[in-house]
Design a protein around this ligand. Structure first.
Ligand SMILES: C[S@@+](CC[C@H](N)C(=O)[O-])C[C@H]1O[C@@H](n2cnc3c(N)ncnc32)[C@H](O)[C@@H]1O
Length: 426
């Protein structure tokens, strides 16, 4: 049985494995991964490559290195911002915009230790070693000099340090080791949210807050390009990104629109539309809706410094409620609504479900299957029967539904599913 740790401690750690979502519209070659891990194993001088396995055909898990590597500390150090430090702990290289400090005597292509400035006090461009609160996050090879990063007067780009080994002992892998569009790095609960929606051919599906489109493309791939999927996001630039992802992933059944989804319901007869796919939509339009809501994002791990204010925290539930109001109306009677967030607050999770059930008698909570995460928290508005129907990914141990370690070692996340049983009356 897993020992209970506090939410704060849990959030500081990186997930203990890497997850790839496999694009079933394209051919996937596992040999590419094996070859890549084998090269790294040789460099680290270890006996074995990390274990990897498919959880489902579209979900590949790659574990940590199965041996201890004691890389000798070097005399070189590079300081990165907390976001970059978190990415390194998850196996990413250091990209130039994340660098805060690099002494000028560091030599190109030499080994260098990477530290995250955890106190937010390190100024960009630091020339000497940092004496503030810093945390070792990994070791790699320096691929850019100080001059290239700070002295050109433009925002730098590219890899500043090629990561050899993060302190989390995850292998250094990313999508680029596979042909474009074949795989996507994704957090496990985000993939599970796609499974909960369970997109099928010929269904009319709305992804209400879709950018960057990771779940949209999953739904499309799941339906083998045969569902009719509409992806909306209020940000036009992000819509272009969704379109690009669809192109690279061979997704053809998605139409993406920039629109405010809180306003995407309208039964006004004077709105004449040439194309019924374009928002707003009339009541009872969609078979399935995914509401992957804008949220406080407090489930990200490792979470080293979050700058969220109490006022910002309060703002999310307001927009989430408005999005629900639109979703309930445009969902068909008999249709399914999946709600998800990547945060841990009660207000945005159990509290939101409880609000929805009170406000909309036409919505019935159903088990958000497949159920891999834990139940909802107790004593925050949901009965035990309701708690077991939702999924909360976090450090909690709840006898109502014990959770496999795999699903504890991921990010904080929440999923609930509803069915519409009749017309909206309120
Ligand atoms: C959690 S992210 C969605 C992630 C996405 N579902 C995925 O898996 O790639 C939330 C998104 O909601 C969008 N958003 C926020 N308010 C919105 C609104 N009123 N209407 C439409 N989109 C909105 C944001 O721009 C952001 O891209």
């Amino acid at each position: 049985m897993t020992q209970s740790i506090s939410l704060q401690e849990w959030l500081l750690e990186a997930p203990k494995y890497t997850v790839f979502r496999i694009n079933n519209l394209m051919h996937f070659d596992l040999e590419e991964l094996k070859k890549y891990l084998e090269e790294q194993r040789k460099e680290l001088n270890g006996p074995d490559i990390p274990k990897y396995y498919f959880l489902k055909p579209d979900c590949l898990i790659v574990e940590q290195w199965p041996f201890t590597v004691n890389l000798k500390k070097t005399s070189n150090e590079i300081i990165v911002d907390p976001l970059c430090a978190a990415a390194v702990l998850r196996g990413a290289h250091v990209y130039a915009p994340g660098v805060l400090g690099l002494p000028s005597n560091c030599v190109l292509n030499e080994r260098i230790d990477i530290y995250g400035a955890m106190d937010g006090q390190c100024k960009r461009g630091l020339k000497v070693k940092y004496n503030g609160n810093k945390k070792y996050v990994g070791t790699g090879y320096l691929r850019m000099l100080r001059y290239n990063i700070f002295d050109k007067g433009v925002q730098p780009s590219g890899i500043a340090v090629q990561l050899l080994l993060p302190a989390s002992m995850l292998p250094v892998i990313n999508e680029l080791i596979f042909p474009r569009g074949h795989v996507l790095l994704q957090n496990l609960p985000s993939i599970i949210a796609g499974w909960v929606v369970n997109a099928q051919a010929y269904e009319y599906i709305l992804d209400m807050c879709a950018a960057p489109g990771n779940k949209t493309t999953h739904l499309a791939e799941m339906s083998r390009n045969k569902a009719i999927i509409i992806a909306i996001d209020k940000n036009i630039q992000k819509i272009n990104r969704i379109k690009q992802s669809c192109d690279t992933q061979g997704v053809t059944c998605v139409k993406a629109y920039a629109y405010d989804s809180t306003k995407c319901h309208s039964d006004e007869s004077d709105i004449k539309k040439e194309n019924i796919m374009v928002p707003p939509y009339s009541s009872n339009t969609f078979d399935k809706i995914l509401l992957d809501a804008p949220c406080s994002g407090l489930g990200q791990r490792p979470q080293t410094n979050n700058k969220i204010t109490p006022k910002m925290l309060q703002s999310y539930k307001i927009v989430q409620r408005k999005l629900f109001d639109a979703a309930v109306n445009i969902l068909k009677v008999g249709g399914k609504l999946t709600y998800s967030t990547c945060t841990v607050t009660v207000d945005e999770n159990e509290g939101m479900v409880s609000w929805v059930l009170k406000k909309y008698s036409c919505l019935k909570l159903i088990p958000a299957e497949p159920l891999y995460g834990g139940p909802g928290l107790p004593n925050v508005g949901l009965s035990d029967t309701e708690r077991v129907m939702v999924q909360r990914f976090g450090p909690e141990n709840d006898p109502l539904r014990p959770v496999d370690d795999l699903y504890k070692n991921t990010i904080g996340f929440f999923i609930a599913a509803f069915i519409k049983t009749g017309d909206v009356t309120s």
